[in-house]
Design a protein around this ligand. Sequence first.
Ligand SMILES: [Zn+2]
Length: 396
Amino acid sequence: MTEVRIPPPLRESATAGDLLALLRAGRASTRADLRTATGLSRTAVVARVNALTEAGLLRLGAELASTGGRPAGSLVFNTAAGIVLAVAIGRSRSQVAVYDLGGTELAASAVDHEIGAGPDEVMPGVADQLRQLMTDDLPPVLGVGVSLPGVVDSERGVSVDTPVMAGWDGVALAPYLLDVADAPLFLANDADTMARSEYLGHASTFRDLLVVKASTGIGLGVLADGRIISGSRGGAGDLGHTKVPEAAGRPCRCGDVGCLETLAAGWALVARLREEGRTVDHIRDLVAQALVGDAEAKQMLRESGRQVGELLAVAINLLNPQAVVLGGDMAAAYDVYAAGVREAVYARASALATRELQFLPATYGDRAGLVGCAALALDEVLSPAAIDARLARART
Ligand SMILES: [Zn+2]
């Protein structure tokens, strides 16, 4: 009988970008590891590693030995080779931050604006804040991650349906930031970026997650099998504008009537309190009152959680997630809000879907949007294809 020898996996096509991805993911740390992982020849690995090193993307372990670094021969991703900018645009406040290529925040700030302000009012302020954060000693900006409430067209980098932020639809955002950073801009929905931050926060151990953003509006980020689901037109997770019987006839800020938001969104709760003559400017004021024990505020938040939970139960039965993450301003009063959500979910979702279901607060709290925007930009600018294109440009 002849012995059949099974050859090792041959991936002669593995590029420098692929090798960097293996090193970043911790699946290789030396040239020998890279040969084993890819089946590339010694010469091919050396050539690709040299290209990455010359581009400043890799450092050799020996260079780092003086700082108590890695053993000689090891290859280390140089997280200081560039930066990405993160811009989480909200209805009344936008957060901005600078991150290194390892995802560490270097500087951050926030800018308040009028609710409903358009891009011409908001974006110059955002650009100013970023300019102040960017000190002269920083490496080049490789990309900018931006999130917006509402439906976005990530290909074109524009909002396509943000009824609650007038004037943003179809407006390209990149030109506003061109003199801050001549780098590609990547745009995503705010709940989607929050879901991205949770994937990161749980070290990818959760592959199926629902992430509720309960703030002025109500959005849902969906992570299914490790991928953010945006839907065919970017509209996946638009939970807040689902019609519910209890809201029949109530006018919504989206122009329609009967939406969940008219009962449960931060803006609706604030409006109700104002009608009662109470002084509240923002949903954060109501949450602050709940946190110091105000019974009515707690009751309102719990009821909002319950309303959201009723629709969430359908999504839970549909997608069978491992966990539901509750984030956004309202979930800052986590115990109260989560109690309402759980009450409705356990009453409505199937026993199978809820048996091992976990409820969790947002890993990064009120920084979740920024972390998600940074992760979005890093995924794009460090993808194998983007790295290979970068090296090709450097050669010409
Ligand atoms: Zn609506």
